[in-house]
Design a protein around this ligand. Structure first.
Ligand code: NAD
Length: 467
């Protein structure tokens, strides 16, 4: 595959060393990525700092126009990006196309936003105004499940607000971000956007650096806690979007045949590697057997294969570490529950696991209490809805959740009792770009999307003037 370069101070440069990127469908080396050392990271931060003055000084509409150009440039390369994403991440091409389209939509949406001064009070004696000023250099740190989408959620509001950036993808999925950097280098001023690739060794250097004003981090809760410690030294602004163990609560009035495919998608999209995926399904006892059977049938019928192959419905796990971790959950499920579909790795090269449905599993099994982040889901039986809600809430996580029901009033009542940042009723992963949300409990801190998500990349400053 073609060579990839880091983007530092507007120049595409080789890394100090290199990093092998593995194709999860074959376990072969897909490409060599440039790997930065500490000096290159410092150079990128210095460039971003130097670029801040003139970038933040540009009128917001001018920055918005550059975002539109960026979205246009991605759109004409949609096929290339989707293919590259499938190759490095493993997801089926249809899902990769969805991710790239959503990435473009996020960038376009932000280009329409504004940060006008707000007059909070005005009378004959005074005028009080709130102004939103950019922060400086933002570190955007992204995991490997949605490399482009999660990058766009940070890059678009940060750039529009007038900040400059260091983007750091996960070491196993750096290629789409590096390619994105190449495109950006064609029309954003030098230093405004920089791409650094590491091997999980520069995160702390980046987040603790005195010249980073804000860290926008998406990843696991364990790493998020390290980031929080690391930014404390300079009291940086911080947004953490972390792990989840979302419950899907299925009320007793649903049509099992109708709801099962929706639950299946919520649990298995992106081979279960979704922060907001349905990771525990609570089903009423009256429908438990039928829904388990339907889910098992759907699991058996799923075509698991190379994401580039037409007809593939589920790709491999993204990396070997996650593959091994999910195999551990299968062992746990075998000991503590009953596997009714899947439970096997495919007999071929690549990190492939057949979608796995587990029933009759105890609430304290690891598969139920931890975030599995893979194509295996426990189905738990309940008889009393309050008990189901209590069990759903019995988690250190509080990211999202879903409720499935015919009676929308009852569904709303249940949703209102779930302790998370977002709950969908009869739908899944439907994100409204103009509606802000953030996580509860140990699933994160801060909000993304909407006006609030944009304002989170600014300092809200009060100007209080005597008349
Ligand atoms: P991870 O925490 O291992 O890595 C995420 C990123 O952090 C990578 O870029 C990694 O290189 C970097 N990193 C590693 N050590 C670091 C350090 N000490 N300081 C700073 N950065 C460091 O997470 P992962 O395994 O790549 O991703 C999966 C996790 O991400 C899951 O828990 C998932 O739920 C979560 N996630 C959350 C959201 C959300 O919006 N809440 C979205 C997607 C994924």
């Amino acid at each position: 595959m073609r060579g990839f370069k880091l983007l530092i101070n507007g120049k595409l440069v080789p890394g100090a060393t290199t990093l092998d990127v593995i194709d999860p469908s074959t376990e072969e080396v897909l490409a060599e990525a440039p790997r930065a050392d500490r000096a290159q990271l410092n150079e990128a931060i210095a460039a971003a700092k130097a670029a801040f003055a003139s970038w933040s000084d540009k009128p917001l509409r001018e920055r918005g126009a550059l975002l539109v150009r960026l979205a246009d440039a991605l759109e004409v390369r949609q096929d290339e990006f989707a293919r590259l994403l499938t190759l490095e991440q493993g997801k089926p091409l249809s899902e990769a196309n969805w991710e790239i389209s959503f990435t473009i939509r996020i960038i376009r949406h932000h280009a329409t936003l504004d940060l006008p001064n707000k007059i909070l009070k005005e009378d004959s004696t005074q005028k009080i105004v709130r102004q939103y000023t950019p922060l400086g250099v933002v570190a955007a740190i992204v995991p490997w499940n949605f490399p482009m989408l999660l990058l766009a959620i940070k890059v678009a509001p940060a750039l529009l607000a007038g900040n400059t950036l260091i983007a750091k993808p996960a070491p196993t999925t750096p290629l789409t971000t590096l390619r994105f950097g190449e495109i950006v280098s064609e029309f954003l001023p030098a230093g405004v956007f920089n791409v650094i690739v590491d091997r999980n060794d520069l995160g702390d250097v980046l987040t603790s650096h005195a010249d980073i004003a804000k860290v926008a981090f998406t990843g696991s809760t364990a790493t998020g806690k390290k980031v929080m410690c690391s930014v404390a030294g300079t009291l940086k602004r911080l947004i953490l979007e972390l792990g989840g163990n979302d419950a899907a609560i299925v009320l007793d009035d649903v049509d099992p045949v109708e709801v099962a495919p929706k639950l299946f998608v919520a649990a298995m999209m992106n081979a279960g590697q979704i922060c907001l995926g349905a990771k525990r399904l609570y089903v009423h006892e009256s429908q438990y057997d039928q829904i388990c059977e339907e889910l098992a049938r759907l699991a058996r019928e799923t075509i698991v294969d190379d994401g580039l192959k037409p007809g593939t419905q589920m790709g491999p796990l993204q990396n070997k570490a996650q593959f091994e971790k999910v195999k551990g959950y299968i062992d746990d499920a075998r000991r503590n529950g009953k596997i009714v579909a899947g439970g096997e790795v495919l007999d071929r090269r690549g990190y492939f696991i057949q979608p796995t449905i587990v029933r009759d599993i105890s609430d304290d099994a690891r598969l139920v209490t931890e975030e599995q982040f893979g194509p295996i889901v426990p189905v738990l039986r309940y008889s009393d809805i309050n008990d189901a809600v209590a069990r759903a809430n019995n988690s250190e996580y509080g990211l999202g959740g879903t409720v499935w029901a015919k009676d929308l009033d009852r569904a709303f009542e249940v949703a209102a009792k779930i302790d998370t940042g977002i709950v969908w009723i009869n739908k899944f992963l439907d994100v409204s770009l103009d509606v802000s949300f953030g996580a509860a409990k140990q699933s994160g801190i801060g909000t993304e999307f909407g006006q609030e998500g944009l304002e989170a990349f600014t300092q809200a400053k009060i100007i209080n003037m005597a008349k």
